[in-house]
Design a protein around this ligand. Sequence first.
Ligand SMILES: [Ca+2]
Ligand SMILES: [Ca+2]
Ligand SMILES: [Ca+2]
Length: 298
Amino acid sequence: MGNTKRVWEMTIIKQSTVLSVLLTVALAWVVPTSKAATYSLTNGTSTATYDTANGLTAWTANYPLNGMNVANQQQFWYRIGSSNPEASIGTLTLVGANATDANFDGYKDTLSSLYTNAASKFTISVSSFLIGYAGQPAGENSDINTTIKITNLNGSALDFHLFLYSDFNLGYGGGSDNDIVQFLNSTTVIQSNNVPYPFGGVLQTQEISGLSPTEHEANTYPATFTSLTNSSATTLSGAGGPLTGNATWAFEWDMSIGANSSQIIQLDNQLQVPEPSSLMLGLGGLLFFAAVLRRRIS
Ligand SMILES: [Ca+2]
Ligand SMILES: [Ca+2]
Ligand SMILES: [Ca+2]
């Protein structure tokens, strides 16, 4: 009986040791870490680099952009209330980030990250999926689909303001001063570069679903960046372009998120290198005449 009791006691000690180890591991996993980390995504012939502090910091596509980095930065900023300054979501506490291989081809293509603000009681999750098209571009070259979800953990509504700040450079060899930005409507913006085909890309960014943006702004670097990092509350100007220069652009969403509720916004960055239809016609015509000539010769 005594032996049985001792065995039971030892089992309990072992179990409690295992439990405390598990608890320590679980706590270490749950306790937020503010350490920024960098993640590289690959899909087809496209790559994207994210860091948890600064957002998208590099994006390359295949021919004819030939691996040129078109992204300087694309990141979300936020503001609570109407009079506070904005802050990058990279300044929030990072709960965790994880890159995964969503299409099971052996390469990580999706980054999911979760940020929290204990004082204001909200969380922000961001998930970005890189799509790359191998081979010759047929219009579309590379695509990044991003979903952001803001969750209000308060028992009352949260006055929340979200900004998407974007600084892309679409031309080769210092062509960043040659970009043209134009908002087509309240949910769609186009950026292109003035260099001759095929050395410049065209980017179309569109909100796919969620609350429509309240404002937008096309501006020359670093004006919008400065307004998001200064000490006063910012409302974007509504300037829709076309604007030429070292261009940046941003969307703003002003929202009231209900108690214990979430707001989801889905965006799509689509990078294209359009093949001019005139060039296609010219090539087709040349091939046709070459075939006719060959038949006549033979
Ligand atoms: Ca993959
Ligand atoms: Ca500001
Ligand atoms: Ca730019």
